[in-house]
Design a protein around this ligand. Structure first.
Ligand code: BES
Ligand code: MN
Ligand code: MN
Length: 461
């Protein structure tokens, strides 16, 4: 019945998703504040329409949280579905082949049956919407087998700080047995996988100040320290020649993954040549002794996300700038603490600065990493659900991305999370021309009800 409902409503689901995606819910930019609210109201209305109860918009100091639930029987397990309706800024606009907030379907080599091109199509509107439509199909077919609570936030892309507060203050409202999230990916459309790890994040902005004002680079050059020269050298020193990170005690809390776990993770199909040719790079970079897949999942990393200062306009202006800036992210592995790493970074960065500059380090949002066990009922329910709909057993994969609220669910609510994502790395989330395969959208809607069914039956034993 559920399956039939999905088949009959495919176009309706897609049209609704288009309406949702058209709302420009960019959380980082406050000129879009009303749009973010519009997206929350869209969800409120959709939740009511599909039969959820107690649907409510909770205002926060930032963007609102949308809640709704369906409690059918007290003896059934309760699934807490989390997703985020905010999206990354769409710029640079000129690199999009079509308008980022006007979804269109286009075929690609990887998505021959079509993909939805728009900001948020994959991260996370398309993926969170699968849960609403799967619920709609189950509930209207009389086949809902678990209680469900929906919680959607509008601030994931800016650090989830108000959701953290909300979770801490609403532990009884959010009482559940497991959290279910679709905000990650699979290896490819023939190779299902389940994300069993996320990295943590420490994100800092650094400001290097040299002289008290911009100077003539002829009159002063060679005699006064240039903050951009200094910053470049300091950043360059943050990696050792073996690719490891050169900050004292940085690796102190890193847990070495066992060889048997490494062997298990190495089973995920991966082709280094295709990886390189896709990115048009002659070689990869990384920590000695680790594979590419390990370097971006079970090992920490440090990257400059942006760097600026001085004159960057047209032509040549001779200037020895007063200031230089960079935004630096460190991806962390489980057991490393985001605040400890931020502290170690700040201490080290100040210690290596020459006397002719001053350093300011400003921490931004961060979060902890997480590893998800593969031997508890919810994981088995997810694994079996994917096996049913893909015809293949999904491979456990640790991802390099971060979802800081996931470890919070464990810390505050005592709940494990199932990361049942359906995106592909090639869907270019956060970048121009983000897209989400129609195959993936419908596969998600089809798989989620199997999870509910499997989970209810495993929990009733
Ligand atoms: N959904 C992503 C994270 C992700 C994507 C994890 C693919 C695994 C696979 C999420 O929306 C995101 O972008 N997270 C940010 C961190 C956040 C604090 C801004 C990230 O990882 O950069
Ligand atoms: Mn996301
Ligand atoms: Mn994101």
């Amino acid at each position: 019945m559920t399956h039939k409902y999905i088949e009959e409503n495919k176009d309706k689901f897609l049209n609704e998703l288009f309406e949702f995606i058209k709302i420009q819910s960019v959380s980082a930019d406050l000129t879009f504040k009303d749009e973010v609210l519009k997206a929350a109201i869209f969800l409120e209305n959709n939740l009511k329409k599909i039969g959820a109860d107690n649907v409510k918009i909770f205002p926060t100091d930032g963007h609102p949280i949308v809640y709704g639930e369906k409690i059918i029987r007290n003896d059934l397990p309760t699934i807490l579905v989390y997703g985020h309706y905010d999206v990354q800024p769409a710029d640079p606009y000129e690199l999009w082949d079509s308008d980022p907030f006007t979804p269109v379907i286009k075929n690609t080599d990887i998505h021959p049956e079509g993909a939805i091109f728009a900001r948020g199509a994959c991260d996370d509107k398309g993926q969170m919407f699968m849960h609403l439509k799967a619920f709609e199909a189950m509930y209207s077919s009389g086949e809902l087998s678990c209680n469900v609570k929906f919680m959607f936030e509008g601030e994931e892309e800016v650090g989830s700080s108000n959701l953290e507060k909300f979770v801490r203050e609403n532990t009884s409202l959010l009482k559940a047995d497991v959290v279910l999230v679709s905000d990650t990916g699979i290896i490819n459309n023939e190779t299902p996988s389940i994300c069993v790890g996320l990295r943590g994040l420490s994100y800092v902005e650094v400001e290097v100040t040299g002289p008290n004002r911009d100077l003539h680079s002829g009159l002063y050059g060679g005699a006064v320290g240039n903050p951009i020269n200094v910053l470049s050298k300091m950043i360059a020193s943050l990696h050792n020649s073996d690719g490891s990170i050169n900050i004292p005690d940085f690796y102190e809390d890193v847990v070495q993954v066992s060889q048997s776990d490494r062997n298990e993770l190495a089973k995920a199909p991966f082709n280094l040549n295709e990886y390189k040719s896709d990115l048009e790079i002659r070689d990869v970079f990384g920590e000695k002794g680790y594979s590419t897949n390990e370097r971006n999942s079970i090992r920490p990393s440090l990257d400059v996300n942006g760097i600026w200062g001085g004159y960057t306009g047209e032509g040549a202006k001779t200037v020895l700038p007063s200031k230089a800036y960079a935004k630096i992210s460190m991806r962390l592995v489980p057991n490393q603490s985001s605040s400890t790493i931020t502290h170690l970074f700040e201490k080290h960065f100040k210690s290596i600065a020459p006397d002719y500059v001053k350093i300011k380090v400003t921490p931004h949002h961060g979060g902890e990493g997480v590893v998800i066990p593969t031997d508890f009922p919810a994981f088995l329910a997810a694994k079996n659900a994917m096996e049913t709909t893909f015809g293949k057993v999904p491979i456990p994969v640790r991802s390099g991305g971060s979802i800081p609220i996931v470890p919070m669910f464990e810390e505050v609510l005592g709940l494990k999370t199932i990361l049942l994502g359906f995106g592909l790395d090639s869907d270019v989330i956060h970048s121009p021309n983000e897209h989400f395969g129609l195959f993936n959208f419908y596969k998600g809607i089809e798989t989620i009800p199997h999870f509910y069914k499997n989970y209810a039956s495993l929990m009733s034993k």
